[in-house]
Design a binder for this molecule. Structure first.
Ligand code: ADP
Ligand code: ADP
Ligand code: MG
Length: 460
């Protein structure tokens, strides 16, 4: 059994991991940057160690500092959370060579899924459809042009190291392709230190549907159902739910087919620990592999709510070498869960980050409501990191109940002093198409266009 775990992250996910450790009676060590001295995760852990200045590349991304902290505190394992170093194969190697268990996939799986282009090849090998596209990296404009000619416009230029919706551009013709090729490369270099891009057919009005995977070190792999994450702004999720209304209402057999495909990909990669296989699904029910997220995901709580399985505890048990105590037939989905990512952003000002001091804070509660957050009254949100300050999750016996709970809980959530996405999520929960469960990844753009039109009409 692990006695002590270091959490190499911040914010709500650090709090989430510390909570799981406490319930398992495992001591915790938080690391924090100078900007996070008053942060909840540093206060909640048994020990807290400052690892550097505010910018992530001087703290949360500094491998040597994190390893030194782990050695000083004498921990058995490191949980990387999501983002930062969670999918960094070099970091997991360094952990293992220092005799510290990395709570995540083994290095074989890390390498088999190293970037999105390699993962695409692996999916093909596993017999799972991928969007038509380039064979691996696109090294120059010429290859970009011939690829686009072969697969037809529109196409998407995507960073092989991408994440969080960054480093991708849609192109509808040769001119926008050349422009997008260079901007995507520049953005990827800046965000990920890797300018490699590939090209994929742009699937119109798609649905983002992903499957939660768990695999142990003995080769047992299961999936825990899907999550529909089609409500996105700038290719980044803001509302997620499970089960997917598209699968429930239109393509019931997809759950089995896509679940099997997800497990097949994980098996082909010799995957261990928790992961997510992401797909896009078109209007006709064709599905295509997108990527594997080799870590715990932001939206994992909705799966926990409908399966009754604590995914972070599963991650810890798997990292300790325990076999999975669950088989595929043990996974029973009960009820319906929805998550809203509460971001410190101005939803009516182009989702610009809105860091600053939270004056008043009251989190909703009551039956069927879960809040995962590091926020509190008097907390100052630093401008250096992701703008997400919490996740509001509701769980009902069916979709209608989960939506009614969410509307009620969003109305109760009081955060003053900064702008948040809450009013926008309230509008989403009121939208007739969302209520009917009819939406694709274009949904947010359509809702905003509608809101802008109303505003203009009001003024006229
Ligand atoms: P999820 O599906 O888990 O929500 P996201 O892509 O939205 O995945 O990313 C979750 C978090 O991790 C976000 O805070 C995002 O900024 C961060 N993130 C994702 N990928 C990367 C990456 N390659 N490098 C740095 N941060 C990343
Ligand atoms: P990230 O690593 O940033 O999460 P993904 O490859 O998972 O990148 O894509 C993020 C989102 O971008 C998807 O959920 C989807 O909305 C959109 N997207 C990605 N690839 C395509 C595609 N080929 N066609 C249409 N939309 C896409
Ligand atoms: Mg993704």
């Amino acid at each position: 059994m692990f006695e002590k775990i270091l959490v190499a992250n911040r914010g709500e996910i650090a709090v989430r991991v510390i909570r799981a450790c406490k319930e398992l009676n495992i001591k915790t060590v938080a690391v924090y940057s100078e900007a996070d001295a008053n942060s909840m995760h540093a206060q909640m852990a048994d020990e807290a160690i400052c690892i550097g200045k505010a910018p992530s590349n001087e703290s949360y991304l500094k491998i040597e500092r994190i390893i030194s902290a782990a050695e000083i505190a004498d921990v058995d394992a490191i949980h990387p959370g999501y983002g930062f170093l969670s999918e960094n194969a070099h970091f997991s190697d360094v952990c293992e060579s220092c005799n510290i268990r990395f709570i995540g996939p083994n290095s074989r799986a890390m390498n088999a899924l190293e970037d999105k282009a390699i993962s695409r090849d692996l999916a093909k090998k596993a017999g799972v459809p991928t969007p038509p596209g380039s064979d691996g990296l696109v090294p120059d404009e010429q290859v970009a042009l011939t690829t686009a000619k072969r697969i037809g416009y529109p196409v998407m230029i995507k960073a092989i190291a991408g994440g969080g919706g960054r480093g991708m551009r849609v192109a509808h013709n040769d001119i926008s392709l050349i422009k997008g090729y260079h901007t995507a490369r520049a953005e990827a270099e800046k965000a990920f230190g890797n300018s490699g891009v590939y090209i994929e057919k742009y699937i119109e009005s798609p649905h983002h549907i992903e499957f939660q995977i768990l695999g142990d070190s003995r080769g047992n792999i299961i999936h825990l159902g899907e999550r529909d994450c089609s409500v996105q702004r700038r290719n980044q999720k803001i509302v997620e739910e499970t089960p997917s209304p598209l699968i429930e209402n239109k393509f019931k057999n997809l759950r089995k087919t896509m679940g099997r495909a997800a497990v097949k990909i994980a098996e082909t990669a010799n995957y261990t620990n928790a992961g997510t296989v992401e797909f896009i699904v078109d209007e006709k029910g064709n599905f295509y592999f997108l990527e594997v997220n080799k870590r715990i995901q932001v939206e994992h709580p909705i799966t926990e709510e409908v399966t009754g399985i604590d995914l972070v505890k599963q991650q810890i048990m798997i990292a300790m070498g325990e076999p999975l105590k669950l088989s595929q037939s043990d996974i029973v989905i009960k009820g319906h869960a929805i998550e809203c990512r509460i971001n410190a952003e101005d939803p009516f000002g182009d989702f610009r980050p809105s860091p600053g001091r939270i004056e008043m804070y009251y989190a909703p509660g009551g039956r069927g409501v879960r809040v995962d957050s590091h926020a509190y009254a008097g907390y100052t949100i630093p401008p250096h990191y992701d703008s997400m300050i919490g996740k509001l999750v509701t769980m009902g016996k069916d979709r209608r109940e989960a939506m009614n709970l969410m509307s009620r809980a969003l109305g109760e959530y009081m955060i003053t002093g900064i702008k948040t996405t809450i009013p926008f999520q309230q509008a989403i929960l009121q939208d007739p198409n969302f209520r009917r469960g009819v939406y694709s990844t274009n949904f947010v753009e359509q809702l905003l266009t509608g809101a802008r039109r109303e505003l203009i009409e009001d003024k006229a």
